[in-house]
Design a protein around this ligand. Structure first.
Ligand code: GDP
Ligand code: MN
Length: 381
């Protein structure tokens, strides 16, 4: 789950990190009295995409009377005129630092990212310091300071190192895939204040957290969902629609990503990514195929790739359910099935028998995912 900036800052404050004072303002609400005494203001659209500054969705102003104008300037840049706005106390920024902790996917550990020049053009920064965070050895300010080298002036470097040393523990406690603070503002007084927060929490850990919290983020995510993505959620699994020509049916994020890569490597693009939902039924094959059938009606879709893996559940049951389903209503586009079945799954039906049974229905089936994707690529062209 991607947190809206407002919710992200609630999380940061909970862990004792300084954020500017702020209030949510809904459509039609006037300037909040509680903000009257602040020294200056920033009005920020609460959308889940970044780059708001460049899109005119972040506006600075000095007096409460300018609030209406600031809001009027933001409005044309919004897809939804009812997007809530975050009104914040303006922080006098003398330097913009980039600080982040994220999961380094290939090394399967956290890493810290720090740069002295954050802000809106962070993509262009050359001086990004990457510091691995080992599982068993907590990262210390001293270690971070040493890794920073001469990137920061020494006194600031020490402060940034102390600040950054707290981030990995917050990411662990909150199950975050990404905690990015950009800008981490350096103020005239020399304090560090998180002026923006981009936070992504691992959806697989949602069950560990209060389902009622971060209502704004949930509402924004719900609005951004497609009709089919919502339907999939109601059926018990997660669907992400992407721009592509092959409907991909998998379960589990790891397998889904591997198959997406394979499909990409063979000149096609996956139009779907599927994952399991915590607490949902663990068997949703027909539900997934139902969504796949709807997607496959679209003219841009050329094939359906279904990769199934079975450890102990019965392959016979799965194939019988699949063939029944296919016979009841044929699919609008060719289906390619990949089967990876463990020993315990094949007691009643071997993989070879499963493949033969599918081929009798005109469905190509494979044990090797690469062969599967290659066959699909021939049809997609
Ligand atoms: P993003 O563009 O979506 O990442 O939105 P940000 O929250 O990062 O805001 C964009 C830019 O506005 C930041 O990089 C800052 O330069 C500026 N900004 C945001 N908050 C403040 C603030 O409180 N004071 C000042 N002076 N600038 C701010
Ligand atoms: Mn930002």
């Amino acid at each position: 789950m991607r947190l809206a900036e407002y919710d992200g800052k609630v999380l940061l404050r909970r862990h004792g990190l300084a954020v500017p004072r702020g209030l949510l303002v809904q459509t039609g609400e006037s300037f909040p009295d509680a903000a009257a005494g602040w020294p200056g203001f920033v009005l920020k659209a609460q959308v889940l995409e970044g780059g708001r500054g460049k899109r005119g969705l972040v506006r600075r102003f000095d007096k409460p009377a300018e609030f209406r104008d600031a809001r009027r300037l933001i409005l044309p840049g919004l897809e939804d005129a009812d997007t809530p706005l975050l009104l914040e106390e303006a922080v006098p920024i003398t330097g913009e630092i980039f600080a982040a902790v994220r999961i380094d996917g290939s090394a399967q550990r956290l890493e810290l990212l720090l740069a002295p020049e954050g802000g809106e053009n962070v993509e262009a920064i050359a001086r990004l310091v990457r510091i691995p965070v080992e599982q068993n050895a907590p990262i210390t300010p001293e270690k971070i300071f040493a890794s920073l080298g001469k990137q920061f002036p020494a006194d600031l470097g020490a402060r940034v190192a102390r600040y950054a040393a707290r981030l990995p523990e917050i990411a662990r406690q909150e199950d975050l895939e990404l905690l990015e603070i950009n800008p981490l503002a350096l103020t005239e007084k020399g304090t560090l204040i998180a002026c923006d927060a981009k936070i992504i929490r691992d959806a697989a850990a949602d069950f560990r957290h209060d389902p009622a919290e971060f209502a704004l983020s949930q509402k924004l995510a719900g609005k951004a969902m497609t009709k089919l993505e919502r339907e999939a959620q109601a059926l018990g699994f997660q669907l992400v629609e992407t721009d592509g020509d092959v409907v991909l049916v998998t379960s589990g994020a790891g397998l889904g990503m591997m198959m997406m890569d394979l499909i990409g490597d063979h000149g096609m693009r996956a139009a779907s990514f599927m994952d399991n939902l915590q607490g949902a039924p663990d068997e949703t094959m027909t539900e997934r195929l139902k969504i796949a059938r709807t997607m496959a009606m679209r003219p841009n879709i050329k094939a359906i790739v279904f990769q199934t893996t079975l450890a102990s559940r019965s392959l016979a049951e799965r194939i019988d359910a699949l063939t029944d389903w296919l016979t009841a209503e044929p699919l609008p586009k060719p289906l390619f099935v990949g089967i990876a079945a463990g020993h315990a799954a094949t007691r009643k039906m071997t993989t070879e028998q499963a493949i033969a049974k599918l081929q009798a229905l005109g469905v190509s089936a494979f044990t090797d995912p690469v062969a599967l994707v290659k066959a699909a690529a021939k049809v997609v062209g």
